[in-house]
Design a protein around this ligand. Structure first.
Ligand code: SAM
Length: 314
């Protein structure tokens, strides 16, 4: 398992073995919610399009791809001396308040803040300021030097494209043939009292999940691309993601502050239900799901021998 360079809420490293069998073969994997990028790191597509709405995350990935050694050189001193509340707050002020910070310096600071902040939380205030409190780590957090190099190597080998973009834009402009879409959006809260994880200044609500399903159905109809999603296993998820076949999995999660909930998060992997003939949700694009077949399908009718007699007249 190749580890993410970040501690990212909702990271998929623990579910990779369960997820991988559901990801079909294709030339390119599109991830509109790339987050900690563990799916990118642990699959082997030839090409990747990796998008996220968080500009700091995408800046870090671009900088690591183009100059991993510079990011390492800039981040190393921050990790070496930065494991105190005073240093953390000072570095956070620099990150939030310095205009004209070089992209590589901003990337190094973001990596430092992510590893030294509270429990891998990612949170911004309404004016876009990064406002995660200090993590109070007893020993200095791990410096992911090897992970930076591995990420850069894979990003360059696969010519990965990093986009800072909303899922709507990514799905509008990036989808084409021989691609697979994997979506891991911010999860619907498991209960009314559970908190939303706020990766960005705007929360991701039920309305966004509904829009996501509509957009995914649209690109599937246009290009026939297979679509796979992950989400928490809740009633709302089951309602909103009805066009998907949902597979249940149990995942150990660590962002929750509640010890009980840390142990047993129920999640689902959803595979968009499509016609086996044309790969389109709802069908209608091949003899197998055409309207002439009524309740049956073309494939089932051939198998049952319906056309055998007609063939012998020709
Ligand atoms: C659950 S995380 C993805 C986790 C990832 N699969 C991993 O293994 O780490 C969800 C991601 O969606 C991003 N996000 C939130 N709202 C978004 C939007 N409207 N469009 C695109 N990305 C969004 C967040 O910044 C976050 O990185």
């Amino acid at each position: 398992m190749i580890r993410s360079l970040l501690k990212w809420p909702g990271g998929k490293s623990r579910v990779i073995p369960e997820l991988r069998p559901h990801l079909p073969k294709a030339d390119c994997l599109i991830e509109p919610f790339v987050g900690g990028a563990s799916v990118f790191l642990n699959t082997d597509y030839r090409r990747y399009i990796l998008a996220d709405i968080n500009p700091d995350l995408i800046n870090l990935y671009r900088e690591v791809k183009s100059n991993p050694e510079l990011v390492i050189d800039l981040a190393w001193p921050l990790f070496a001396t930065g494991n105190s509340k005073e240093e953390y707050l000072q570095n956070r002020r620099i990150f939030n308040g310095t205009k004209g910070l070089l992209d590589a310096a901003r990337a190094a600071l973001f990596l430092y803040l992510n590893r030294h902040g509270y429990n891998g939380v990612v949170r911004y205030n309404q004016s876009g300021g990064y406002n995660v409190p200090f993590g109070q780590h007893k020993t200095a957090p791990y410096f992911p030097e090897e992970e930076i190099r591995q990420f850069a190597e894979k990003a360059n080998d696969t010519k990965a494209i990093f986009l800072c973009s909303s899922f709507q834009n990514t799905l509008r402009v990036m989808v084409g043939a021989d691609e697979v879409i994997y979506c891991d959006p911010p999860y619907l809260p498991a209960s009314d009292t559970a908190n939303f994880t706020q990766y960005h200044t705007d929360p991701f609500t039920e309305r966004h999940h509904r829009q996501l399903v509509v957009a995914l159905l649209e690109v599937n109809r246009k290009y026939g691309v297979p679509v796979i999603i992950s989400n928490s296993d809740t009633e709302a998820t089951r309602k909103i993601y009805k066009p998907f076949k949902l597979h249940e999995i149990s995942v150990q999660r660590s962002v929750s502050t509640d010890k009980e909930n840390r142990q047993k998060a129920k999640e689902v992997i959803g595979v968009l239900k499509v016609c086996e003939g044309c790969g389109i949700a709802g069908g209608g694009c091949c003899p197998d799901c055409g309207p002439c077949c009524g309740d049956s399908t073309y494939g089932a009718m051939v198998k049952a021998g319906v056309f055998d007699e007609q063939d012998s007249f020709q």
